[in-house]
Design a protein around this ligand. Structure first.
Ligand code: CAA
Length: 257
């Protein structure tokens, strides 16, 4: 597949997508958004890939939706083109996606990063929702996900008053998993993804699905969802192998079945 706004490669069992519109601070135009999700879906369907990393460049992960592309759009065009629905494709990805964020993660860039399963940030990462400064609000999930991830007060401040979080603040508030020096953030994210890719694939998939259920529903329904994911794992060869390996005091050899 040939892409014009992203770069893709595999490193071992990790599928890597690099957002590649540096001239526009990696702002998401329609093409980049489509290509990003096409690439993630292709990796999701590739049995040689166990986990994915999405990154930008050191200065910008992504500065949001492309303002120039939508500045003159009518509500009719925005609705009929499903401009913000397009971002929901991240919810269909079953393998783990890690965002490796350096520099600006603003607007849709922040929203995409927090839609991923985990975030590795460089010390220069900055997270914010500046839509209010251009007369709109986040449309790719920012109001909902930030409120769930950070709580009401901080989410309000970010979306209403353009509060930007430094990498250290994002770590302190639990928005990112780890912060590493700028020279090593991508390698750290890839190593993290490799670790996940080396685990029993169906268990990883069920674990992701179960944690995500916590953001969708009540505790009672979420516990039911967890059980629905837990029991079928006993039909996998990897469950038998994992428990046998523990008892035999050896490393498990997963076959993904
Ligand atoms: N859309 C389109 N172009 C963008 C862009 C965006 N979101 N962000 C940056 N660019 C472009 C700039 O227009 C500029 O292009 P030119 O060279 O042609 O002028 C180029 O990228 C470099 O940007 P700057 O000169 O502004 O670079 P800087 O280092 O001075 O500032 C920045 C960097 C702080 C990221 C600044 O560019 C900025 O504030 N960008 C906009 C951030 C924003 O408002 N994002 C929200 C978008 S709306 C959204 O995302 C809605 C949603 O929920 C889906």
């Amino acid at each position: 597949m040939t892409y014009t706004t992203i770069l893709t490669e595999t490193r071992g069992k990790v599928g890597l997508v690099t957002l590649n519109r540096p001239q526009a601070m990696n702002a998401f135009n329609s093409t980049m958004l489509t290509e990003l999700f096409d690439a993630l879906e292709a990796f999701d369907n590739d049995e040689n890939v166990g986990a994915m990393v999405v990154t930008g460049n050191e200065k910008a992960f992504a500065a949001g939706a492309d303002i120039k592309e939508m500045a003159e759009a009518s509500p009719f065009e925005m609705i009929t083109q499903g401009r913000v629905e397009k971002w929901d494709r991240i919810r269909g990805i079953k393998k783990v996606v890690i965002a490796a964020v350096s520099g600006w993660a603003l607007g849709g860039g922040c929203e995409f990063a927090i839609s991923c399963d985990m975030i590795v940030a460089s010390e220069s990462a900055k997270f914010g929702q500046p839509e209010i400064t251009i007369g709109v609000i986040p449309g790719a999930g920012g109001t909902q996900r930030l409120a769930r991830l950070l709580g009401k007060q901080l989410a309000m401040e970010m979306v209403i008053n353009n509060r930007t979080l430094t990498a250290a603040e994002a770590l302190q508030f639990g928005l990112v998993n780890r912060v590493v020096p700028i020279t090593g953030y991508l390698d750290a994210a890839i190593a993290f993804a490799e670790e996940i890719a080396s685990r029993a694939p169906m268990a990883v998939r069920m674990a992701k699905d179960s944690v995500n259920a916590a953001f969708e529903t009540t505790l009672t329904e979420g516990l039911k969802a967890e059980k629905r994911n837990f029991y079928p794992l006993f039909s996998t060869e990897d469950q038998k192998e994992g428990m046998k390996a523990f008892i035999e005091k050896r490393k498990a050899n997963w076959n993904g079945k």
